[in-house]
Design a protein around this ligand. Structure first.
Ligand code: PMV
Length: 346
């Protein structure tokens, strides 16, 4: 990442805490044009929710980070991070250290209410919060756009959790041009019911599944074309405050993404029987006159888009579709908030 124009560095070691929320894409990101920079093949559009916040505190330590960040202390929840999870955080800290011109280690504490790795956007909120806290702790002053670009390097979808409400992530062609920004749709009263069917960690990470889809699915080129058209339709539907159209595009775009990954070799299938039961129930509720539309990500769980005024009715309608499911009604949530100091996480 090149040093952003408005970045200033400070020699003083600091501490900062940041809070970010999950986002769920209405137009999905699936497939990269550049794996190292997390440049997506297509632009995407999401809704940041008031659900599943992640609170992350970064404290810059006195000593150097050491080889492969050996001196970094990374806590996820109550436990020290290990393996690939720790490596991802350390690699991200390395990026921030390079921007800040610092070799100091950091202590990171990240607390989330979301199940991790279950397709419930834990990495989106997690890396947005880490970007905000780490940048501030290492003395960088970044604009929201620069924070979005930085968060993208942790997890693509994290670029969108820097902003609240509806957000578009422009695919771009390089590090500078791939960033998210808010989309205004003031007349739309959007909400979502998050239907958690299985909070277990997914067997195939979205990184591996995307790579496999790009490399082996004969449908990938068609996906890229369809996703571009879906985004244009979605922006028009949002501008017209046409919720049924927004919902129909949301559902069909998710089906297209999953169809594309089903075409990979070997196929990537995140759905479980219970997912289908929820999709059927959404279809039945809609046929009965209740506006609701389903979307799914890299996991078996289903998110159901609806009008805010219908949130309770939709949650009630979904309640017995899968008796073991947990239902979380959610509304549009805020963007990244960063505060200097230890905040609430430590
Ligand atoms: O940012 P990642 O690597 O967690 O990928 C997110 C992929 C989807 O959730 C399936 C789609 C999206 O746009 O959020």
């Amino acid at each position: 990442m090149s040093t952003p124009a408005s970045t200033t560095t400070s020699p003083a070691a600091g501490t900062a805490t940041a809070v970010a929320h999950s986002n769920i894409a209405l137009i999905k990101y699936w497939g990269k044009q550049d794996d190292a920079l997390h440049l997506p093949a297509t632009s995407s559009l999401s809704l940041t929710l008031d659900a599943h916040p992640t609170t992350t505190t970064v404290r810059v330590l006195d000593g150097p980070a050491g080889t492969a960040g050996s001196a970094d202390e990374v806590m996820i929840g109550a436990a020290p991070a290990t393996g690939g999870t720790r490596d991802r955080v350390v690699r991200f800290l390395d990026l921030v250290r390079a921007l800040a011109g610092s070799d100091r280690a950091a202590a990171v504490t990240s607390v989330s209410t979301a199940p991790l790795g279950a397709g419930l956007a834990s990495s989106a909120a997690g890396f947005a919060a880490l970007a905000g806290a780490a940048a501030a702790a290492y003395g960088l002053t970044l604009s929201p756009r620069e924070l979005s670009r930085l968060a993208r390097r942790g997890s693509g979808s994290a670029s969108r959790s820097v902003f609240g409400g509806l957000v578009v992530w422009h695919a771009g062609t390089d590090d500078l041009t791939s960033y998210a920004e808010p989309v205004e749709a003031p007349e739309l009263d959007l909400a979502m019911v998050i239907v958690t069917l299985n909070a277990g960690h997914k067997a195939v990470s979205s990184r591996v599944a995307m790579r496999r889809t790009v490399d082996t699915s004969p449908f990938f080129a068609a996906w890229v074309q369809a996703a571009g058209a879906d985004l244009a339709d979605m922006l028009a539907a949002l501008a017209a405050a046409d919720l049924p159209r927004v919902g129909a595009i949301t559902e069909s775009n998710a089906m297209r993404m999953h169809a594309t990954m089903l075409g990979a070799v070997p196929p990537v299938r995140y759905w479980e029987p219970a997912s289908l039961a929820v999709l059927d129930r959404v279809r039945d509720l809609r046929a009965a006159g209740l506006g609701c539309w389903a979307t799914m990500d890299a996991g078996p769980n289903v998110k159901v888009l609806c009008r805010g005024a219908d949130l309770a009715a939709v949650a009630a309608g979904l309640a017995d579709a899968v008796p073991t499911a947990s239902l979380l009604p959610a509304r549009p949530g805020p963007g990244l908030v960063v505060q200097p100091g230890a905040g609430v996480a430590r």
